[in-house]
Design a protein around this ligand. Sequence first.
Ligand SMILES: Nc1ncnc2c1ncn2[C@@H]1O[C@H](COP(=O)(O)OP(=O)(O)OP(=O)(O)O)[C@@H](O)[C@H]1O
Length: 258
Amino acid sequence: MSLLSAENLSVRLGDKTVLSGVSAAFAPGLVTAVVGPNGAGKSTLLDCLAALRKPDAGQVTLDGRALRDLPSRERARRIAYLPQNAEIAWAVNGRTFVGLGRTPYVGAWGLTAEDRTAVDRALTVTGVQSFADRVVSTLSGGERARVLIARALAGDPQWLLADEPLAGLDPGHVLDACDLFRRLADEEGRGVILTLHDLDAALRVADRVIVLAEGRGLADAAPVEALSPEVLRAAYGVEARTLDGLRGPVLEMVGRAR
Ligand SMILES: Nc1ncnc2c1ncn2[C@@H]1O[C@H](COP(=O)(O)OP(=O)(O)OP(=O)(O)O)[C@@H](O)[C@H]1O
């Protein structure tokens, strides 16, 4: 079984320790949410998992091999990374933009029929076919977010690492995106790792939640356990309680912890 593993990662940026001895192993077919307050180190952890940042200590391995030792093309085929707040400044249409997700496969002759099929599939599963002929720089923030997910999926990655993919989505599209992430894990066996601020979305979509605070792992467990009142108080300084919603647990933020 494929395994993506962070082993004792530490990262210092400037004079700040941003990650301190963080370890976590990720399995395919599961959705993991990484949550925590602003500045907790979530994006830094994701950057390390995508080999975009070299940790000062520790390492990331994929199937037992140091991720940074894999040829970059192979790495890009296996791991898709969806950045936070990605700007799309190019005046290209949605189909061309999503086609960029095929870059790790494209040879000297441009997109093949197989590449085009993968692009169509990515446009369809993310429900952005109507943007295929739109200039992407004219899309709204939430529309762009969905096109970015499509670009990531066009490369048919084993692993999808997405930094706040729900930011800017309206409630309906949050539900759609959560359903999509679940399907990618349940039906297609991909490993999905999301950083999230929306804790109810984490409860809804994740098999497992990692809570980071000040660069350390505070919890790594099933969602209700990881998002317990004690952990939320320690991580965010809030009083919260878990309520029984119609389709599962939901969180009520009662107020600031005193
Ligand atoms: N070049 C840098 N020098 C010093 N500190 C930095 C540098 N880059 C990032 N940081 C700090 O590292 C910490 C972790 O940043 P990171 O983006 O990983 O947090 P995050 O949990 O994703 O936050 P958010 O929820 O706000 O997006 C933050 O406090 C940030 O200010």
